[in-house]
Design a protein around this ligand. Structure first.
Ligand code: PNS
Length: 189
């Protein structure tokens, strides 16, 4: 294949790995998504500006206590993107690099909200590269409006009956209210 300079990547064996624009197709966007927030949605939509397909990979981790079951988390994301044929949702367990390879992708997308995310993300990206040198991680920044947003805080706000408007998609807000048996609330400001 003819090399295309702007997309060439070289690891330890120069010339062995050649990536060009025509090969960039599917990216894996992994996470716990317990639950998916508008920050995640923003990253997925930004990802679609770069890739033809985004495969949302929902971590199935029996050791980590989640509010929503794996099936609930997958279904919520599928519902949110029901109209978008370029977004696929699957659960996974085991190594992310194995999941990516099995699903014919070498690209992983991760969102970076703030510097505080960086260290953990940097370690994970390099560990994934160590496990599989063909895997590349692409960091994307969400809209600044979501830079404070996390699934953990969304759960806390919901549990305490706070307003979730603008933080999570409507489907998720309903499911959270159901879980915590809280009534819909609007901001008082
Ligand atoms: O939304 P999260 O919880 O920050 O997502 C973390 C996730 C799912 C990306 C990470 O825990 C992961 O990739 N788990 C799979 C296990 C794995 O591959 N570990 C080795 C690489 S560090």
């Amino acid at each position: 294949m003819t090399k295309q300079n702007n997309f060439d990547t070289k690891e330890s064996n120069p010339g062995e790995r050649v990536h060009c624009a025509c090969m960039i197709k599917k990216a894996v966007y992994p996470g716990s998504f317990d639950p998916i927030t508008n920050g995640h949605v923003d990253i997925i939509l930004r990802g679609l500006e770069i890739f033809d397909q985004i495969l949302v990979a929902v971590l199935e981790n029996p050791k980590k206590k989640s509010l929503f079951s794996t099936k609930e988390r997958v279904t919520m994301i599928q519902e949110i993107f029901a109209e978008n044929g370029n977004i696929e949702v699957k659960s996974f367990h085991g190594l992310l690099v194995d999941f990516a390879k099995k699903n014919e992708s070498t690209m992983i997308i991760r969102g970076l909200r703030a510097i505080s995310d960086f260290e953990y993300e940097f370690q994970m990206a390099l560990m994934n590269r160590k496990l599989d040198p063909e895997i590349e991680t692409l960091f994307m920044m969400p809209n600044v409006d979501y830079s404070f947003l996390s699934s953990r805080l969304v759960k806390e706000v919901s549990m305490l009956g706070g307003c979730l408007a603008g933080l999570v998609p409507g489907e998720v807000e309903d499911k959270l209210r159901n879980k915590y048996k809280t009534a819909p609330k609007t901001n008082s400001i």
